[in-house]
Design a protein around this ligand. Sequence first.
Ligand code: PLP
Length: 381
Amino acid sequence: MFDKFLQSILTDLERRHLRRWTRISHSPTGAFVAFNERTLHNFASNDYLGLAAHPEVIAASIHATQVWGAGAGASRLVTGTQTPHRALEEKLADFKQTEGSLIFGNGYATGTGALTALVGKNDVILLDRLAHACLIDGARSSGAILRPWRHNDIDHLEHHLRWAHRKHPQAKVFIVTESVFSMDGDIAPLREIVELKERYGAVLFLDEAHAVGIRGQGGRGLADELGLSAHIEIQMGTLGKALGSSGGYIAGSRHLIDVITNRARSFIFSTAPPASMSAATSAALDICMGKEGDKRRTHLRQLTSLLHPNIPAAIFPVILGDEEKAMRASQRLEELGFYVPAIRPPTVPQNTSRLRISLSAAHEAKNIRTLAEALRNFPTP
Ligand SMILES: *Cc1c(COP(=O)(O)O)cnc(C)c1O
């Protein structure tokens, strides 16, 4: 009975071209990815600076494993906070120029944990419609009154702010958005958002997952680039993309960090990430903030400009609409030697299935030129 039920779910997903499978790769993430016998150009990874397999990052991870063991053994609040964790949090606070920071095992747990820790059912959350699933899930489980605003539409946001001011004058109002959007690669109108936020006395939660390492001085993110960091109450980022390892962080005031430490259930009730993750990320941050980081960012910008003159970060979507069309396009590129995943609902809205090309400093210009050529010869919708 139950198995029949499970089977019907899978059949339905397949019929709608929405079924997903894990795919086993036989190589570290880099310019190439190996699947069984085939090695493909890898345009699917978020390892934007090519740090996941950087020798210094790997060495830091190995060293920390030798010193600290494979696992932390307990949650952060019990005996799971080891010196590499604290060292990373201090380095992140310095990187973000905030009073403090707090790391989580992954970005998803960061978004859900921080939002539920800070927002209650009498509050209002105004969420960009294309915000990441962890922000949607955190917003929903906070129990707050939730209003999505049209993607990057500042007038619509203001409309909601006015509504919240009128209907819920006692509520705290949180604006939640990303700086570089994960599936579209475009950027939020951050200056305008901050301006509105201050005018209406709201609080801003900004997820910089795809901007960290890429935008701003030393890869500090878009808020830093625009000189807005000090105006953003809650800054989030992830450690598994440009920083090459895994995890997430919140950066902000001392009080913000202390409240999240005390209330985020995904922080409290979860085993600390291994020390090797913190050590690897600290090594990656040193590279990111230094000359080599600048070199990698310059190289990445040169690569993106080969694909399109105006890509704000390292993500280039080719929107095809239909799920089946996106799947077929991805398969066709794979036959040509490129791994470019098809992104389908619910990751993206209905009728916006797409190819998502992500570039990395690990690529070489000639790789991008061959991809650009393949795309040019490609039947576009
Ligand atoms: C990837 C991503 C996350 C989740 O981070 P993980 O470390 O992969 O769990 C959160 N927010 C955004 C915007 C992301 O793109």
